[in-house]
Design a protein around this ligand. Structure first.
Ligand SMILES: [Zn+2]
Ligand SMILES: [Zn+2]
Length: 361
C-alpha cells in the first residue's frame, strides 16, 4: 500500500495544499527525503505565486495530482548539504525554479536545456524518480539535487528576487536565445503583467529599444514613466499599431488569453520573430501569408535551463533587477489567488513563508 504523504519520507514538512479542483489551499502535513549526497536542503523564506500555480491548483491544464503543494519561485537559506555538494554551504541563499530533475544524458540536457528534457521533473505536481509526488515551495523546507538550485547574490532582496526564478527566466531566455541581447535592437513586449514588466526591465538593461503593447491605455504611464519603456501601443487601436508597422525585431508575447496574432506579426520587420511565452488554453489563429511575405518566424519558449537560470540571476544582480511585488502572509493565499485570477496584482504576489507559515497548533 502506498504510504501517506506524512510517512513517505523521514523528514517532517509542512505547507499549504489544494485538495481538489476548487483550488482552495489549506494547511498540510507531509514529508521530504533526507539530504542525499548531492542534495541541498533549505528553509524556504519566500515563494512567488506564479500564474501557473493558479491554473494547476484548479486543474485547468489537466493532470492535477492532489493534494498539491504549489510554488516554483522559491528562495531560502541552506540548512544542510550532502557530502558531494560543491556549489553551496550552510547559510547560503539559494533559489529553485520550475525544475528539480532531468535525465542529465539527453541532447537537451547536454546543452543545459534541462527545461526541454523529455524526462524533466517539475518542482511540484509530478512524480520524482522514486515515484513520490513532488511538492513545491508553499512549504517550510525544500530538498533538491544541487544541480537544480541557483546561488542568489547578496544584493538581491529575497522577496523581490523570488519571481525571477520563473517569470524572470521565462522572458530572459528568449531575449538571449533569439539573439536580442544586442543593444539597439527593438523589442516588443505584449502584456504588462508578472512576465511583461520583468521583460521590460531585462530588455532595458540589455540596451534595447522597448515597446510595450497592451490592451489597457491606462498602463501607458506605468510602462513609459516608471518602467522606462520607449514606446507604448494600445493593441486594439489600429492607428497606433499601424504607426509602428514593420519596426520591431522581436516580440515577446506574454499573454495567456486568446488574442489576435496578425496585428503583432505586422509590427515585425522582415525576418522578425514573434516569441510566445504565455500559454493560452485554446489554439490561436495564425495567419500564414504575412509570415511568408515577411520571412517571419513564430516560436515558443518555456522557462530556461539551469546554466541560464544562474546567468539570469547574475544579470539581475548586476543590474539590480527584481520583480515588483506585493508580499502577503500565508493565510492570505486564497484571496491572492482570487485577485490573481482577475489580474489584480502589481505584479507578483510573494508569500512571506519565513514569518507567516505557521504549523497548526
Ligand atoms: Zn511559473
Ligand atoms: Zn534530459
Amino acid at each position: 500500500m502506498a504510504k501517506s504523504p506524512e510517512q513517505e519520507h523521514p523528514v517532517k514538512a509542512f505547507g499549504w495544499a489544494a485538495r481538489d479542483s476548487s483550488g482552495h489551499l489549506s494547511p498540510f502535513d507531509f514529508s521530504r527525503r533526507t539530504t542525499g549526497e548531492n542534495d541541498v536542503t533549505f528553509k524556504v523564506q519566500y515563494c512567488g505565486i506564479c500564474h501557473s500555480d493558479l491554473h494547476n491548483i484548479r486543474n485547468e491544464w489537466g493532470g492535477a495530482d492532489y493534494p498539491m503543494v504549489p510554488g516554483h519561485e522559491i528562495l531560502g537559506v541552506v540548512t544542510e548539504v550532502g557530502n558531494k555538494v560543491t556549489k553551496f554551504k550552510v547559510g547560503d541563499k539559494v533559489g529553485v525554479g520550475a525544475i528539480i530533475g532531468a535525465c542529465r544524458s539527453c541532447e537537451s540536457c547536454a546543452q543545459s536545456l534541462e527545461n526541454y528534457c523529455p524526462s524533466m521533473i517539475l518542482t511540484y505536481n509530478t512524480k520524482d524518480r522514486e515515484g513520490s509526488t513532488t511538492y513545491g515551495g508553499y512549504s517550510d523546507i525544500m530538498v533538491t539535487d544541487e544541480h537544480y538550485a541557483v546561488a542568489i547574490p547578496d544584493n538581491l532582496p529575497l522577496d523581490g528576487a523570488a519571481p525571477l526564478l520563473c517569470a524572470g527566466i521565462t522572458v530572459y531566455s528568449p531575449l538571449k536565445n533569439y539573439g536580442l541581447d544586442r543593444p539597439g535592437l527593438h523589442v516588443g513586449v505584449v502584456g504588462l503583467g508578472g512576465l511583461g514588466h520583468v521583460a521590460v526591465k531585462f530588455a532595458k538593461a540589455m540596451g534595447l529599444k522597448v515597446t510595450v503593447i497592451s490592451t489597457s491605455p491606462s498602463k501607458k504611464e506605468e510602462a513609459v514613466d516608471r518602467l522606462g519603456a520607449d514606446l507604448f501601443l494600445v493593441s486594439n487601436d489600429p492607428e497606433q499599431m499601424q504607426s509602428a508597422m514593420g519596426t520591431v525585431d522581436i516580440i515577446i508575447d506574454t499573454v495567456s488569453a486568446v488574442h489576435a496574432l496578425l496585428p503583432l506579426v505586422e509590427l515585425l520587420r522582415s525576418r522578425g520573430k514573434l516569441i510566445m511565452v504565455g500559454a493560452p488554453q485554446r489554439p490561436l489563429e495564425l495567419p500564414i501569408m504575412p509570415l511568408l511575405f515577411g520571412g517571419k518566424i513564430v516560436a515558443g519558449s518555456c522557462a530556461g535551463g539551469l546554466t541560464e537560470l544562474q546567468e539570469m540571476i547574475n544579470f539581475a544582480s548586476e543590474h539590480n533587477i527584481t520583480s515588483d511585488i506585493e508580499v502577503i502572509p500565508m493565510d492570505y493565499v486564497n484571496t491572492a489567488m482570487e485577485r490573481l485570477a482577475k489580474g489584480d496584482v502589481r505584479y507578483r504576489f510573494v508569500i512571506d513563508i519565513k514569518n507567516t507559515l505557521k504549523p497548526a497548533a
